[in-house]
Design a protein around this ligand. Structure first.
Ligand SMILES: *Cc1c(COP(=O)(O)O)cnc(C)c1O
Length: 386
């Protein structure tokens, strides 16, 4: 058997052993409920607040601005639906982009069903939102702009500072889905004009089913889950202490390794891209050339069906994905690939490879060899000798 090659870090990442070790006591002997007054409860409460402090510190936030959730999807739903509801006396218009994650897009569609108006901004060929159009769409009824930090499919990093500054000038709140950015890029909510920000533990080597929403101190966000007084009464339910502790540990380690990993992954990405563009004909490299998440590579191969290519790659023990993972089973071309205008002959052959620090040059070489052989095969050409 050849080596397992995992190139789908944008879908999820493996939990680091240190994260598991940090969680373990809270899965077994330290099982206290943070809302109880005796020693075990206090121990859980202390772990919870330490994790909150760690995460806040790494993002230049204040502890009371971090609210734990069940992940990126919940954080997006909470931010968008709750702010839209809270501000509906001012207006019922929100602005987003055409390349958002479905957690954002479908929250917006839900609001449209309730009678809200939503503007979906176009992006250019690299996936960057149209700032001109954003200015034109602003109205006195606009209460929220939500644009993602880094795109999960094509890796493009959006001009968050420009969008946030414009929002601030106009007195409009700005939310960003930073699920792909947190842990990979230095994110400071003190330096950036962000009012609300979503993140998810399993995208930076933490556990699944846990995330957080950052809410700037001055922004009053309504409760999302009604019940007990957890998360200052805004998100009720007994806290998932083990996962929260694990997520804090994962973010701490991610930030510690960030600069080194960023440089390593950027080099690995450039190597991968240069070779594919040189050695395989009729392929587009999607996303921005450099305003981009370090480990993201996204190609469209003309005359190739992505689903078939993924099956062949998997036979070589290579795991990648077509469009976003949430679309598995659908043969539809992803909304992101549509939005950046990949030519028709290429669209259906879109495959995403997202690398992590444990991937090696040798693994990329194996992947390129497999791609060359299988793309040729699917194009009806005899496999090359390699
Ligand atoms: C993975 C992802 C989400 C969803 O996060 P979950 O924790 O899996 O709910 C949201 N937005 C983006 C950009 C993502 O990549």
């Amino acid at each position: 058997m050849s080596e397992e090659i995992y190139l789908d870090h944008a879908a999820t990442t493996q939990m680091w052993p240190e994260v598991k070790a940090a969680m373990e006591p809270y899965l077994t002997e330290k099982f206290g409920n943070a809302s109880t007054a005796y020693d075990m409860g206090k121990e859980a409460k202390k772990a919870l607040e330490e994790a909150r402090g760690t995460i806040a510190g790494l993002l230049d936030a204040k502890s009371e601005e971090i609210f734990f959730t069940s992940g990126g999807s919940e954080s997006d739903n909470w931010a968008i639906k709750s702010i839209a509801g809270e501000k509906k006396h001012i207006g019922r218009h929100i602005i987003t982009s055409k390349v958002e994650h479905h957690a954002v897009l479908n929250s917006c569609r839900y609001l449209e069903e309730l009678g809200y108006e939503v503007s979906y901004l176009d992006v250019d060929e690299y996936g960057v939102v149209d700032m001109e159009q954003l200015r034109e769409e602003l109205s006195p009824h606009t209460t929220l702009i939500t644009v993602m930090y880094g795109n999960n499919e094509i890796g493009t990093v959006e001009p968050i500072a420009d969008i946030g500054n414009l929002a601030r000038q106009k007195g409009i709140l700005f939310h960003t889905d930073a699920v792909q950015a947190v842990g990979q890029l230095p994110v400071s909510v003190r330096r950036l004009p962000i009012d609300l920000m979503s993140a998810s533990g399993h995208k930076f080597h933490g556990p699944k089913g846990v995330g957080f929403l950052y809410v700037r101190g001055e922004v009053g966000i309504p409760s999302f889950i009604h019940g007990g007084g957890q998360e200052t009464g805004k998100r009720a339910g007994t806290e998932n202490i083990a996962s929260i502790v694990g997520m804090a540990e994962a973010l701490k380690l991610s930030c510690r390794k960030m600069q080194k990993n960023y440089q390593y992954l950027t080099r690995l990405r450039n190597y991968f891209v240069q070779r594919v563009l040189r050695e395989i004909a009729d392929v587009t490299y999607n996303g921005h050339p450099y305003m981009r998440l370090p480990g993201n590579v996204n190609f469209s191969f003309a005359g190739v069906d992505a689903t078939a290519l993924l099956v062949l790659l998997e036979e070589d023990n290579i795991r990648a994905s077509a469009g976003s993972a949430c679309n598995t089973g659908e043969t539809r071309v992803s909304h992101v690939i549509e939005a950046i205008g990949v030519p028709k002959a290429y669209e259906a052959g879109t495959v995403r490879f997202t690398m992590g620090a444990e991937n090696t040059v040798k693994q990329i070489d194996v992947t390129i060899r497999s791609l060359k052989r299988n793309v040729a095969l699917l194009r009806g050409n005899p496999p090359e000798n390699d």
